[in-house]
Design a protein around this ligand. Structure first.
Ligand SMILES: Nc1ncnc2c1ncn2[C@@H]1O[C@H](COP(=O)(O)OP(=O)(O)OP(=O)(O)O)[C@@H](O)[C@H]1O
Ligand SMILES: Cc1ncc(COP(=O)(O)O)c(N)n1
Length: 270
């Protein structure tokens, strides 16, 4: 069978829990060949982000174009994009290369409270990247910023999903990780809603859950699943990754990957 290829366009997380590193682990764990385009390098650990360097647009453009020139890409996800110039170059390259199965995770602020997108670039992200996305995956604070409305219930998540759909993505998943009840995610495809329920895991170790979830959706799209199945399978994957999250460092520990393999090999993994 032909190898399925997934690409992440995102920031590097030096502690390996989120960003490019989480995405590549997820791609591998889900049987796809992973590649990366780095938009920014962050110095961060489980307690916070210490420093950020944005890549210049030429190297972002060249990373994307040289991959598309050589390799068939079955799906891709976009995470941390940092600023408006990078957003525009990504969109132009993806349109020129006729990218398919694009998942946009509108990363704005890290769990530790650091800006990963310049606040003035929020509108650019929504206006320029959402229309090329098959799926967008805002968490609740991101959906609140995009819609300029408060979200504290499932009904309000649905209202936000409808509003976000108007910006042009194929589907919207509003993630319920930030509410207090069960972690229910809402998928809206422009005509109906689907709900993906996960029992809330009582853990502080949720660094990179959004990155892991969106790259799991991309991996399943790369493998040929339609969006609802890809989201459902990604939900199973993130549930397991949170259940097997790792007690690492002094802050929010990372999600766990490859836990079945580790268990079989007798290697401890969270
Ligand atoms: N404690 C938890 N227990 C079970 N599922 C969770 C929990 N926290 C988050 N999730 C699920 O994890 C996925 C990611 O959601 P979340 O809202 O955490 O994204 P996020 O805030 O973008 O993540 P991050 O910014 O850390 O990368 C969703 O499917 C959500 O429902
Ligand atoms: C490079 C990068 N991308 C994304 C996140 C969001 O993850 P979290 O909200 O868990 O900090 C991050 N911290 N770093």
């Amino acid at each position: 069978m032909k190898t399925k290829v997934a690409l992440t366009i995102a920031g590097s997380d030096s502690c390996g829990g989120a960003g490019i590193q989480a995405d590549l682990k997820t791609f591998s764990a889900l049987g796809t060949y992973g590649m990366s385009v780095i938009t920014a390098v962050t110095a961060q650990n489980t307690t916070g982000v210490v420093d950020v360097r944005e890549m210049d647009v030429d190297i972002v453009r060249n990373q994307i174009d040289c991959l598309f020139a050589d390799i068939e890409i079955d799906a891709l996800k976009i995470g941390m994009v940092s600023n408006a110039e990078i957003i525009n170059v990504i969109a132009a390259c993806l349109r020129a290369n006729k990218a398919v199965n694009v998942v946009v995770d509108p990363v704005m602020v890290s769990k530790s409270g650091h800006y990963l997108l310049r606040p003035e670039a929020k509108e650019e992200l929504v206006k320029v990247l959402f229309p090329i996305a098959a799926v967008v995956t805002p968490n609740i604070p991101e959906a609140e910023l995009i819609t300029d409305d408060k979200i504290a219930s499932l009904e309000q998540m649905k209202k936000a999903a409808r509003k976000i759909y108007e910006f042009g993505p194929g589907c919207v998943v509003v993630k319920g990780g930030h509410l207090t009840e069960d972690a229910v995610d809402v998928l809206y495809d422009g005509s109906s809603f689907k709900y993906f329920k996960g029992t809330r895991v009582d853990t502080k170790n949720t660094h990179g859950t959004g990155c892991t979830f969106s790259s799991a959706i991309a991996a399943h799209l790369a493998r040929g699943y339609a969006v609802p199945e890809a989201v459902s399978l990604a939900k199973d994957y993130i549930n397991g990754a949170i259940l097997h999250s790792i007690e690492l460092g002094h802050g929010f520990g990372p999600t766990g990957h490859f836990y079945d393999l580790y268990r079989k090999a007798g290697i401890f993994n969270g």
